[in-house]
Design a protein around this ligand. Structure first.
Ligand SMILES: [Zn+2]
Length: 259
């Protein structure tokens, strides 16, 4: 028997991201967007005690709006960050949630297509993206609980939330980060070069190799400000420790390294 006979792939009926606010809660929509950010895979504990993988992505379309989409289970596993970012993503049957204004999530009936080559809407969006590089989408997913907005005057938006991928993409914290992007995360209103970021994440991997522990022995000498510790790697010089950075002996304490 041929299971595929007579079953045609259902055509897409895309809803513009700017129209998501007109969609009912829990309704199923087809969505098409360029992926501007994708988180690393994470997981949640279900009520039944098992783990469910999840990955958050952001899709933007030519209406200038973007939406956060949560991929669950297998879709979260197989659609890795590098396969998604800057690609055109079409999702058949994504569920509309009123969580944080409007967000989307996949369900067991959702199908994700990356760069669907035979779809004219996808081709049009690709062309739109190419002529609008680094477009600053306005999100319909409310991350802050506040008004959001597009940054601007003096650090009011310091609680703006971003994915790791967009922090990397916008090169926040590096000298080349653009004013427009980094200003929103600055506590000082843009007077200095630093970008201050508070990070929330889930530990998914923990090194436990005795020879390479997830910490190093850090120098405890105080810096010239008299408050912060040097924290550079100290080498053991029994019965004490030595810091090459301070060029003097020091005590040492384990300092955890996150990757
Ligand atoms: Zn030191």
């Amino acid at each position: 028997m041929d299971d595929d006979s007579g079953i045609k792939a259902q055509p897409f009926d895309f809803v513009a991201i700017s129209d998501l606010e007109q969609c009912g809660e829990n309704s199923m929509v087809d969505i098409l967007g360029v992926c501007t950010a994708a988180s690393a895979i994470g997981s949640i504990n279900t009520k039944k005690g098992s783990q469910l993988d999840k990955r958050s992505i952001v899709l933007g379309d030519s209406t200038g709006k973007s939406v956060e989409v949560t991929l669950w289970g297998e879709e979260a596993q197989k659609n890795e960050e590098h396969k998604l970012v800057n690609q055109i993503v079409a999702i058949k049957s994504a569920r509309v949630s009123y969580y944080r204004n409007r967000t989307l999530s996949t369900s067991f009936q959702s199908r994700i297509h990356i760069n669907p080559s035979d779809n004219p809407d996808a081709q049009r969006l690709r062309h739109w993206c190419d002529s609008n590089p680094n477009f600053d989408f306005q999100s319909v997913s409310n991350n802050t609980g506040g008004t959001g907005g597009s940054g601007g005057a003096g650090g009011a938006d310091s609680t703006q939330r971003k994915f790791f991928a967009s922090i990397k993409q916008e090169q926040l914290g590096t000298a080349s980060s653009s004013m427009a992007h980094s200003r929103a995360l600055r506590k000082d209103g843009g007077a200095q070069n630093g970008d201050y970021i508070t990070v929330r994440g889930t530990v998914v991997y923990y090194r436990h190799d005795e020879k390479k522990p997830p910490w190093y022995m850090a120098c405890t000498n105080l810096k010239t400000d008299g408050k912060t510790k040097c924290a550079k790697k100290a080498t053991e010089q029994p019965p004490t420790w030595f810091c090459a950075s301070c060029n003097k002996t020091t005590h040492a304490e384990p300092r955890y390294v996150t990757q």
